[in-house]
Design a protein around this ligand. Structure first.
Ligand code: SAM
Length: 277
């Protein structure tokens, strides 16, 4: 049936992109694929969330961690957090590693923008309010940390004693909120992996947002990098050089803490040699 559908599509002169998408749709429906296969083919809800959870758990495992945390900054209605629960559950089984999930939000939607750096021409106070009881009812594992990040960031680690953070999903929309979330990178290294997979939602937008290096999340990244000599956020160049680019590849950044005691721990393939042929 799968083959017939493809041949029929070829006969009617379908273009390769369309054909590829149709094949993927069929695979998703009838292929009985494993989670890893669906993730690799990106026929899964929020592949960028899955990508970060999967690869951060793989790294954690290699570094000897048995429990990690993943964090969403900006929860809104909660669709992202629920999706994160799904990915964490699947990945946890694959690597035999426990994954805790935290979601940070005011619960009341966006706070007031501080100034032009928060792009008030695009965002407004109280966008994205949460229905707290409804979301709490739907969550099976994730914990909500409610309040303004500028306050909650100060005692989160003492209060929750979280397992080391391995992946972050930054979707606070604002420069001011994101730079506050980045304060977590200043915490004791016992709470953080030496390299952390970060998804930054608002570095790519449209002709309305016109995201740039001097406002919003890109400014927060630039300021963080300028102010830290041994801690840096870098684009994920290994994704940006893939043949078929996806927009979200540009939204993955890797946090590096060069001063972390586990930063130099060897995790690559053993016995690499290139004998003369
Ligand atoms: C675009 S929404 C998040 C969407 C969500 N990640 C998803 O994928 O469905 C942005 C959220 O960030 C939250 N937010 C922005 N600034 C905040 C701050 N300073 N403290 C806490 N939450 C904040 C807002 O309340 C809002 O719900």
């Amino acid at each position: 049936m799968f083959k017939q559908a493809l041949l029929k599509a070829l006969n009617i002169g379908a273009n390769p992109d369309w054909l590829q998408q149709k094949s993927l749709n069929l695979l998703q429906k009838f292929g009985n694929l494993s989670y890893e296969q669906s993730l690799a083919l990106q026929i899964i809800d929020r592949p960028h969330y899955g990508y970060c959870v999967y690869h951060s758990a793989a790294l954690a495992k290699k570094l000897g961690y048995s429990r990690i945390s993943v964090v969403e900054f900006g929860v809104a209605g909660g669709n992202g957090l629920i999706n994160l629960e799904y990915h964490a559950e699947q990945v946890s089984k694959i690597f035999g590693i426990d994954i805790d999930i935290y979601g940070f939000d005011t619960g009341e939607g966006l706070p007031k923008p501080i100034d032009y750096r928060d792009l008030p021409y695009h965002w407004q106070e109280s966008f994205f309010k949460m229905n707290i009881p409804e979301l709490k009812n739907r969550l099976t594992k994730a914990q909500l940390v409610l309040g303004d990040i500028r306050e909650t960031v100060t005692n989160f680690f003492q209060e929750y004693q979280p397992a080391p953070i391995a992946a972050m999903f930054h979707d606070f929309d604002y420069y001011s909120s994101t730079i506050a979330a980045f304060k977590m990178f200043d915490e004791d290294e016992k709470y953080l992996l030496p390299r952390i997979y970060c998804y930054l939602d608002d570095v790519i937008g449209s002709e309305i947002e016109l995201y740039n290096d001097y406002t919003g999340i890109r400014l927060a990244v630039n300021e963080f990098n300028e102010n830290h000599s041994l801690k840096k956020l870098s684009p994920a160049y290994h994704l940006l050089t893939r043949q078929h680019l996806k927009t979200w590849y540009h939204q993955i950044y890797i946090y590096h803490d060069f001063s972390h005691s586990k930063y130099n721990q060897f995790i690559s393939s053993d016995a690499q040699q290139l004998p003369l042929q």
